[in-house]
Design a protein around this ligand. Sequence first.
Ligand SMILES: Cc1cc2nc3c(=O)[nH]c(=O)nc-3n(C[C@H](O)[C@H](O)[C@H](O)COP(=O)(O)OP(=O)(O)OC[C@H]3O[C@@H](n4cnc5c(N)ncnc54)[C@H](O)[C@@H]3O)c2cc1C
Length: 481
Amino acid sequence: MTFSFLKSLPRFLLRSLFILLLSCRSGGVCADKNSPDVLIVGAGLSGLSSAYYLKKAGKKAVILEMSPHIGGRIRTANYADNAHAEVGLEEFWESNPALDLMRELKIPLETFYTSFSSFYYQGTLYPFTHKSNQDFLASVLSVDEMKAYKEWDQKMTGLYKQIDQHPLANNLLPLIDLSFADWIHETSGLSSKAQEFVRIQTEPEFATSWTKISALDGIAEWYLLSGEGQAPYHVVGGNQRAAQAIANFIGTDNIHLNKLVTHIKSTDTGVEVTTSDTGTFQQQVYRAKYVITTVPLFRLNDIQFSPPLSKDRKEAIQTQSGGSYFTAHVRVDNKASHFWKTKGISLLPIISDGLLGVIYEGKSEPHKDAILNLLVNGAYADRFNSRVSGGPEDVQEALTEAFEKQWPGFRSSVKQMTFYRYHPRAIASWPVGRSRFDSLSDSLRQPQGRIYFAGDFTEDTHSNGASHSAIRVVKAILNPK
Ligand SMILES: Cc1cc2nc3c(=O)[nH]c(=O)nc-3n(C[C@H](O)[C@H](O)[C@H](O)COP(=O)(O)OP(=O)(O)OC[C@H]3O[C@@H](n4cnc5c(N)ncnc54)[C@H](O)[C@@H]3O)c2cc1C
């Protein structure tokens, strides 16, 4: 092969070619013409959304996913008699950009209840049979309690708007070192019943006790429930359908399943990502210009980075915590629906404020067994996840007993229970002393070389964070500084 054609190239181009060759030789990484522009680690909502936005921008992305399925924590269980219920993500809140993405793909959505839910408090059911959150509240609180509540709720909205500004205002900083519970007790002016109402409605969202999260993060979470609150959306036929539809748009050939990412190397010229096949343990090396990781933060510790993650990022990961969920699908005789219906209208979801967590309704065919979906949270979920409570028979008995106490006579209607565990860190949370708005969290949202960090844990507690983080990293890759 002769290199005479090189003589015809302009000098500046020759120089760039030479530098590129040298850097590839000296440990740099060079993607070839078949390499994708971007490698994405994880095929959950963050990874799928990132690939979706990149494809729309004309960039080629390949997703590397360690499990045999797409969707990550979006999972729907389908039963032999066509019933289905969510195993993971239950509802998308109205402000979630994922809803726009789904509308673009014409994924059918439905919404049929509001942000506040019926709840049990000290053994009494407070049914949500009202037209609005405010009417519901007025049925729970006295006129004076309601007046104080409205003032407090308005104050919360003002504080939330301030949090949205960057950098964080000085008056908000102390709210990182106070728990949401203490701050409400000390400053809200709410009656003790109204305080309990706030606790009961928010704790299933935090998936941990309100004593364990900072006041600042509590304010951010309250935004979903404030005023008339946000509408919760579901995908018709189950949320897993959304994951599949996004995957089809991306092209399933661009999603490589069973690829556990073990190493990520970033150089001035590109990235190199090493995977191990979870079935054959065959190692494979992928190259691209950029990599986006969308794995939950606690999983980042399993990946070896070169150069290593910065000190700030490591500290952010180490000091973050998580909330716990445990899901139980309970098949019951459909004649039992009078337990959760009044005048034919479903009161679900019902917050049990106890072992049963939040009781949602799954979908089943008329006249067949009904399906209830329990989203057990916090300490109760920890108990079931850690298996200290014994085997599945013990979990079933504990849940049946809790049902029987709440709905006497229900026991005989229970036909089967199916349990789904998720890693104790089902969703992100920041303990008192940390916050998603502090400088350590900011450091994680910055790229390190050509590595971009997305995923709900980088941003928010739930899937809103997954979607927002995908938008953030794709914007940054398309408009490098
Ligand atoms: C039981 C439950 C109920 C929930 N309910 C709601 C709800 O009602 N509303 C809501 O908004 N949110 C809810 N959430 C949270 C929501 O599911 C998540 O915020 C969202 O799905 C996170 O998406 P993600 O892409 O960031 O992460 P994930 O979905 O966790 O995706 C990350 C992916 O990375 C893969 N991965 C990890 N490590 C590696 C590796 N080394 N190599 C390759 N792949 C890797 C994982 O297998 C996974 O598929 C719930 C979560 C749970 C568990």
